[in-house]
Design a protein. Structure first.
Length: 76
């Protein structure tokens, strides 16, 4: 358990019971940092278009096209 307080008496009590402690400014800083990480993660994973294939690089896309063509040729 982590207790976030800037009150010394509460800090001493929490640490005395085995909890971890952080100050209120440290909690704000940690929350802001994790918010930025989450925002960066979400924007990095957002696809550019709504199709799954739009997330593939050109090499993989051409390999899949070749595989599709080979499968079509086998069926004929």
């Amino acid at each position: 358990m982590i207790v976030a307080t800037s009150d010394r008496a509460q800090w001493m009590t929490a640490v005395g019971y085995g909890a971890e402690w952080m100050s209120s400014p440290m909690l704000i800083q940690a929350a802001l940092a994790s918010g930025k990480l989450l925002q960066n993660h979400r924007s990095a994973r957002r696809p550019k278009a709504r199709f799954l294939s739009s997330g593939l690089d050109d090499t993989v896309r051409s390999q899949l096209a070749q595989l599709r063509q080979d499968l079509l040729n086998r069926g004929s």
